[in-house]
Design a protein around this ligand. Sequence first.
Ligand code: ATP
Ligand code: MG
Ligand code: FE
Length: 354
Amino acid sequence: AVVLGIETSCDETAAAVVRRSPSGAAEILSNVVLSQIEEHAAFGGVVPEIAARAHVEALDGIVKVALIEAGMTLADIDAVAATVGPGLVGGLLVGAMTGKAIAAARGLPFLAINHLEGHALSPRLSDGVAYPYLLLLVSGGHSQILLVRALGDYERWGSTIDDALGEAFDKTAKLLSLPHPGGPNVETMAARGDPKRFALPRPMKGEARLDFSFSGLKTAVRLVAEAHAPLSDDDVADLCASFQRAAAETVADRVRRALIRFRETFPALADPVLGVAGGVGANQAIRDALLAECEAAGARLVAPPLKLCSDNGAMIAYAGLERLEAGRTDRLDAPVRSRWPLDERSAPLVGHGR
Ligand code: ATP
Ligand code: MG
Ligand code: FE
């Protein structure tokens, strides 16, 4: 089957075509992402109203390009998947209504996708990882450790009690006057900094529960920045490096415990996998720390290519493909949801065909 996927939950307008090939592998035929970074840069963060308007302007063109790059027309598509939550409602409405309109006009099945499920399944899209696996989801709005048992069956083992990791990167960047989005810019600065220069906390390190906390780390960065003001470029680089090291070690500590629990839960699993998803999964220092934990625990790290870590349409099309294959299609009156935890039983509350 061939699925068109649409993603508009935040600040990227994205569309993609994904196909299940006869061999059983998933094939990305196109994956077009238009980032709105420029539109929001002056505001130091995503402005919902601007995002929604930008999706309206860009989406039909992006869908067209995704079809052209896939070498297809709408006549070749078997189903349409769109993100309906969680995210900014204005953007979600644009993507959901566009997806529903295409599905209605062509008489195709519609799949109402949870954005987090898109992230959670990306290790299956990129590497064909088998269920069950452990997932670290670290993005702009979420930091979670999930047990992915099967399609639609997710168990949250830990989540952040305050800021998400991507948010901590973004706020650190803002504090140090680095341009939005912060994550990649902090990583670039960190590359030429000294990670040992500043002593920063490793929040919750050593605690038995698998939750995260990053606001203390962010505050510690602020205090160091204030104490050393005005900061030279070298100071900024050293602070970025020290922050990134603290973040990576904090994540590694949680993941170490989660891997132990995962191995205990599935002692007979031949190929235990830790998958990484979300924009922060693009960070090399964090990938390196995770790789070390996996090697120590006898697990395999699956970190999808950077383009599949941050927001994209291919992960939405792929989640739609799995749902289509499982016969779990949705009605055209499926609502959008600004909040939608992944571990809740998958059906949204009202007007939903499941
Ligand atoms: P969510 O998926 O939770 O709704 P989102 O869709 O905005 O949030 P993503 O697009 O998956 O999140 O990821 C964006 C986040 O990833 C931003 O916070 C960004 O700073 C961070 N990020 C991207 N690249 C890097 C990097 N190289 N290092 C650290 N953080 C990064
Ligand atoms: Mg984004
Ligand atoms: Fe995301």
